[in-house]
Write a protein that binds this ligand. Structure first.
Ligand SMILES: Nc1ncnc2c1ncn2[C@@H]1O[C@H](COP(=O)(O)OP(=O)(O)OP(=O)(O)O)[C@@H](O)[C@H]1O
Length: 688
């Protein structure tokens, strides 16, 4: 048997069955062994019938007390009824469409019945259970039984049988990538053991070992591919090598704050990239408010200092304006004469023409903007650096459309999405990664609370007190206009209500997505000058808004938001030296799930931890769905859950890439297990 053979060479798999297998993506023998269980059935120890006092899946060990009876229900379904008893009580069992059982199961026989127990009036009924002789069941409780994703016409049993055939007759050990020395070094079991125990775990411990090994393999292949890609993108020469960066350094010394160690490290990495042999391709990842903007500014100063142009592209007009103003302000304070401009969809036609000209002539050193930057009209004399504020708003395509306005430019991407470094390596395969892992030290941790609406009055008092102390506040509501759902609060009415409650001198205003960009920008401008003290807003403020004087965040209907989003929203406060307060308000705190979710953001201010826990609650499908598209399916793998393994894998990949012989051997094995490396690479690339 070859792994490339179609599965029809297996016993018991005819044309019809192999067609069903095709529907679940299994065509060849290789597909079959890589088709991993979607879950496992755990056969729990049996319980006394008397102890069953809630619905659920149970095992009971009981004697059949009377001959089985066949009935037909009102809607013509055939059911079989069975009475059973143990020392503690009796119970009814019902099977559907299984008339044959009447001649198999006889009064007096003892079995372990395993199935769902439901309440029926005052009694409990077991529905359609499996049944096993006692000894067989005892064996089953020690193991996990695989459950595969099926398709109509293809039973779990058929899949189990097919996989067992391959495992029994194929020399699985020949597919191992690694030798004993390597396996020992990374404390891994061998591949044969792993494959056996992922499909048919001998014990729970064996399953854990197997899962760990296969997860390792998945990531090993994945990261090897990334490494290959990186090797090829590394070859891009640095066309814009900087020779000096003393102005950037003097800016650092004159800033009103000292850069954090994390920021200093990233700055050094950038100097090294920009002055090195190859073009920079770097992702800067830092939690909300960690201080990424100044890094972007310093990078652009370095380029300007060497006579090159740079572009900063952000997702919204408001954000572009904020960055532009910040850069202008900083330059004028420090007496820097570099030419900075802003280009957005709202720039007036005449002004636009001037900007296009100045970009083409090289007069503008730094251009900040939105998507407007990628139009054909924008031509740049010597664009050398492209910075994008990722936040998942720009695809790789847009990033490269801007980059294409220069000749193999440096690329710097910024993100606040709290993804573990290893996952970032997958999402941003071709990039180096810098982490800003510590927030500036002048910050006091935000004080949080989760409260129901009875706390509203107190929240308003807190807001008034903070405003009196010179600070400002945000109130976030999920919807804009009159809402059909009375439980949700709308921004405009809310603002009116606050205006009535708050003393006259406290200026309240609102912001929502349906407003015109210029209106939004005008309101944000007034808020950042403290002309407005309380801003009632939808989540339009979520990304990047920076008003360090704002210290209160009241989030109405906080149950409506995702946890990562709540973290982003909260990130708008706690950005300065003053104590900040975040109030997660919800009328649904009696719901345990809601409370449990909100407690996560309440207790943690670490974006990475919050995402992790959010994933635990929601399952990882959402995030992994995009990562795995079209490539290896990490179906035994959850990137977040396996962060430790991934770290180990990165080391292992580095190990291998240092050694040509090992590398070749491993790639041969990968090919053997999955097919040709080039096609694998192609699949990999197309999944981005
Ligand atoms: N080292 C530092 N010490 C003190 N304050 C700093 C430091 N670095 C940046 N800041 C200030 O912290 C605030 C947040 O920084 P910045 O806007 O760059 O955050 P960010 O990482 O872009 O966050 P977000 O992803 O939320 O937009 C700004 O007001 C900035 O001036």
């Amino acid at each position: 048997m070859e792994l490339t053979n179609e599965i029809s060479i297996l016993k018991g798999i005819g044309k019809k069955t192999s067609d069903y297998f095709k529907k679940i993506g299994v065509v060849t023998v290789a597909d079959l062994i890589n088709y991993r269980p979607s879950g496992y059935k755990v056969y729990t120890d049996w319980v006394n019938i008397a102890d069953v006092d809630f619905e659920g899946v149970f095992a009971i060990r009981a004697r059949i007390t009377a001959p089985l009876v066949k009935r037909t229900t009102k809607n013509q379904k055939s059911v079989v009824l069975c009475k059973v008893a143990d020392e503690t009580g009796d119970m009814s069992i019902i099977w559907f469409n299984s008339a044959y059982l009447c001649s198999v199961l006889k009064a007096g026989m003892v079995f372990v019945f395993y199935g769902k127990i439901k309440k029926d009036g005052n009694t409990y009924v077991m529905e359609h259970p499996e049944y096993f002789p006692t000894n067989k069941y005892r064996e089953l409780t020690k193991t996990l039984y695989p459950v595969y994703s099926k398709t109509k016409g293809l039973s779990n049993k058929t899949i189990v049988k097919a996989i067992s055939q391959v495992i029994e007759s194929y020399p699985i050990e020949t597919l191992d990538f690694f030798d004993e020395k390597f396996l020992n070094k990374y404390s891994l079991c061998d591949y044969e053991y792993a494959l056996n125990n992922i499909h048919f775990p001998f014990s729970k411990e064996a399953y854990t070992k197997a899962k760990e090994r296969l997860t390792f393999d998945d990531f090993f292949i994945f990261l090897s591919m990334i490494r290959l890609m990186k090797d090829s993108s590394r070859q891009i020469d640095n066309n814009f090598r900087i020779k000096k960066w003393s102005i950037a350094e003097s800016v650092i010394n004159k800033l009103p704050f000292e850069l954090t160690d994390a920021q200093k490290k990233v700055f050094k990495e950038l100097v090294k990239d920009f002055s090195g042999d190859y073009a920079c391709h770097r992702l800067v990842e830092g939690d909300v408010g960690s201080g990424k903007t100044i890094i972007a500014i310093l990078a652009m100063i370095m380029m300007a200092e060497n006579g090159y142009q740079s572009a900063l592209m952000v997702p919204t007009y408001v954000l572009a304006t904020q960055h532009y103003k910040k850069i202008k302000g900083l330059f004028s304070n420090l007496g820097l004469t570099f030419n900075v401009s802003i280009l957005t969809g709202h720039t007036k036609a005449k002004e636009k023409r001037e900007i296009y000209e100045k970009l083409e002539s090289g007069e503008i050193d730094i251009i900040v903007g939105t998507h407007a930057l990628i139009t054909d009209k924008v031509k740049m004399k010597n664009l050398s650096l492209v910075i994008t504020d990722e936040q998942h708003r720009f695809g790789v395509n847009q990033r490269s459309m801007l980059a294409d306005k220069g000749e193999m430019v440096h690329v710097l991407a910024m993100t606040a999405t709290p993804i573990p470094r290893t996952l970032a390596m997958i999402l941003y395969a071709d990039m180096d990664i810098s982490l800003i892992d510590k927030a500036p030290s002048n910050r006091l941790p935000v004080k949080n609370c989760v409260v129901d609406t009875r706390f509203r009055k107190k929240s308003y008092e807190l807001i008034i007190n903070e405003v009196r102390a010179g600070r400002q506040a945000y109130v976030i509501c999920p919807l804009v206009e009159e809402s059909e759902n009375k439980d949700l609060v709308n921004v405009i009415d809310y603002t009116k209500m606050l205006e009535e409650i708050f003393p006259r001198d406290i200026k309240v205003s609102y912001l929502h997505g349906a407003m015109k960009d210029e209106e939004k920008e005008e309101i944000m401008g007034r808020f950042s000058r403290n002309d407005i003290q309380v801003l009632v807003s939808t989540t339009v403020i979520e990304v990047g808004i920076d008003v360090a004087n704002a210290t209160v965040m009241l989030i109405e209907n906080s149950e409506r938001f995702g946890l990562a989003q709540l973290h982003q929203i909260r990130g708008r406060i706690g950005r300065g030296a003053h104590q900040s307060y975040c109030i997660f308000m919800s009328p649904f705190l009696h719901n345990e799930k809601t409370k449990e979710r909100l407690d996560i953001v309440n207790k943690s201010t670490d974006g990475f931890e919050i995402s992790n826990k959010d994933l635990d609650l929601r399952g990882s499908g959402d995030i992994l769905g995009t990562v795995q598209s079209g490539f290896l399916e990490f179906n035994t793998t959850d990137i977040y859950e396996n962060a430790d393994i991934i770290k180990k894998v990165s080391l292992a990949v580095e190990d291998y890439f240092g050694n040509e012989e090992d590398k070749e051997r491993v790639f041969k094995k990968i090919e053997q297990r999955f097919g040709n490396i080039d096609s694998l690479k192609e699949k990999f690339l197309s999944s981005f």
